[in-house]
Design a protein around this ligand. Structure first.
Ligand SMILES: Nc1ncnc2c1ncn2[C@@H]1O[C@H](COP(=O)(O)OP(=O)(O)OP(=O)(O)O)[C@@H](O)[C@H]1O
Ligand SMILES: O=P(O)(O)OC[C@H]1O[C@H](OP(=O)(O)OP(=O)(O)O)[C@H](O)[C@@H]1O
Length: 212
């Protein structure tokens, strides 16, 4: 049995074409069912639905053999002991710094001001600003980061950007791109040894499908 950990929503949706290319059809619809273990058309492949941030944990501790997770989550929460064989090139976005329209970020950086930065990505933000030599006070949030500059709680946010619509709708401007993000395949190292043939087969099928 191969157990694949996926998060509901964007990653679940975007991985479907790659699963199909590997001959795997998920039989349940996570939007219609409350089931957390989903069957597939392959009797020896099942899908676990977990929170995006929990995917590395399930794979690390062997609750799942493989998983699909954003690079942002891997960088932020660590990827200890995980084999990362493939960039799946799905759920593509970038992680950026954004400020309220009208806030002079360049001047603040130039003057060496201490910036208040709100983010879910504290580790990534700390690294980024440390490399730039910018002093920051980091405020950890779990969502709706856009509100922090709007309410005066922070000068800037570090968050994911894709179309830019969320920033635009909240009168925020992207001022720096920290890095590009996509989702990666992560594999439990013991599972890779014990179930080498089916896992390699799956990795190869995904790799081929990505190239098409
Ligand atoms: N707007 C976006 N466009 C493309 N990819 C995105 C976007 N937002 C997030 N992602 C990617 O998809 C992954 C999963 O995002 P999703 O919104 O499903 O979970 P989450 O809400 O970030 O996690 P959690 O439920 O654990 O809080 C993110 O880690 C990121 O890599
Ligand atoms: O540039 P855009 O295309 O507007 O995408 C960016 C938005 O996408 C993500 O939120 P998501 O849609 O995952 O909502 P959530 O964080 O509340 O889950 C991210 O946190 C941004 O808010």
């Amino acid at each position: 049995m191969i157990t694949l950990a996926l998060s509901k929503g964007r990653i679940f949706d975007d991985i479907q074409p790659l699963l199909r290319a590997a001959g795997i059809e998920v039989l349940d619809d996570p939007d219609k069912s409350r089931k957390l273990i989903l069957d597939t058309n392959q009797p020896d492949v099942r899908v676990l639905l977990v929170r995006a941030t929990d995917v590395p944990t399930y794979v690390q501790y062997g609750g799942a053999d493989i998983g699909v997770v954003g690079k942002d989550t891997l960088l932020e929460s660590g990827s200890q002991g995980l084999y990362q064989p493939l960039d799946l090139q799905i759920a593509k976005c970038r992680i950026s710094v954004a400020v309220r329209d009208g806030f002079d970020y360049a001047a603040a950086v130039r003057q060496g001001s201490r910036l208040k930065v709100a983010t879910k990505y504290v580790a990534i933000a700390r690294d980024f600003f440390a490399t730039k030599g910018v002093h920051v006070d980091l405020i950890k949030l779990y969502g709706s980061m856009e509100l922090a500059p709007l309410t005066g709680m922070a000068d800037a946010i570090v968050d994911l950007v894709s179309t830019g619509n969320t920033l635009k709708a909240n009168h925020l401007i992207e001022v720096e791109r920290i890095m590009d993000i996509s989702s990666h395949l992560v594999v439990n190292q013991t599972a890779l040894k014990l179930k080498q043939v089916p896992i390699r087969k799956l990795i190869d099928a995904f790799a081929q499908a990505i190239q098409k």
